[in-house]
Ligand binder design. Structure first.
Ligand SMILES: N[C@@H](CCC(=O)N[C@@H](CS)C(=O)NCC(=O)O)C(=O)O
Length: 224
């Protein structure tokens, strides 16, 4: 039976998983839940499934592949990437994958949490202004990291690996905040184009099933 990825009907924490699965040509059910009313926005559909799927720690996203039933987005990425040889080819590379996954997760949360914690529009604008004033120095670090990579175009060098899917997604979300955010970073710009030109990714991105929007849940002031 085809594996199932369950998540809200948004990009959120699942989009990098969807991209990874598409890259690996995995046929899967992309089960999307609509948000419901109430402060946590849980919907009846999700609450009906939440405790009936055999998940040890019920949450979204989840991934069910036969007897393997997982939650926690990073663990799901690791499971798929290891299965398809995208988690580094040596112990050194594998450690780099962990280090990059955590680095990029921190980068993502620093950005995404603004929309969720801002108390009102003024507060959101203030926080985003401050965030943008520090953003170039952050992007510079990623630009440098990729530029020192003589052998290739991906985070590990020649071969694409798990954190590239997270990196693409977090940089893409920044382009929704400010379309020209990467303009001063030629290596990052080329990195994004390389990713979008991967045939299976290109096909997915132009398909009907590709979720273009929203990026975040309805309770966020950004991307919803
Ligand atoms: N650390 C978890 C966070 C999971 C999480 O916060 N999920 C949110 C959406 S991003 C949710 O709505 N979960 C459903 C629930 O708590 O019932 C991960 O990376 O997967």
């Amino acid at each position: 039976m085809a594996p199932t990825l369950g998540y809200w009907n948004i990009k959120g924490l699942a989009q990098q998983i969807r991209l990874l699965l598409k890259y690996c040509n995995v046929e899967f059910e992309d089960k999307v839940y609509d948000f419901g009313p109430g402060p946590d926005r849980y919907s009846e559909n999700w609450l009906k499934d939440k405790f009936n799927l055999g998940l040890d720690f019920p949450n979204l996203p989840y991934y069910i592949d036969g007897d393997v039933k997982l939650t926690q987005s990073k663990a799901i990425m690791a499971y798929i990437a290891k299965k398809y040889g995208l988690f580094g080819k040596t112990p050194e590379e594998e450690v780099k994958v962990y280090f990059l996954m955590d680095e990029i997760a921190d980068f993502n949360i620093d950005f995404i949490k603004i929309g969720y914690v801002a108390t009102d529009d003024d507060n959101y604008q203030k926080m985003i202004k401050e965030y943008l004033s520090n953003l170039d120095s952050k992007l510079e670090k990623y630009e440098k990291y990729l530029s020192k990579n003589e052998s290739g175009k991906w985070l590990l060098g020649e071969n694409i690996s798990c954190p590239d899917f997270n990196m693409y997604e977090v940089l893409d979300k920044h382009r929704f905040l400010k379309a020209d955010v990467l303009d001063n970073f030629p290596t990052l710009n080329a990195y994004m184009a390389n990713f979008e030109n991967i045939p299976s990714i290109k096909e997915y991105m132009s398909s009907k099933e590709f979720i273009k929007w929203p990026l975040c849940g309805p309770m966020s002031k950004f991307g919803s």
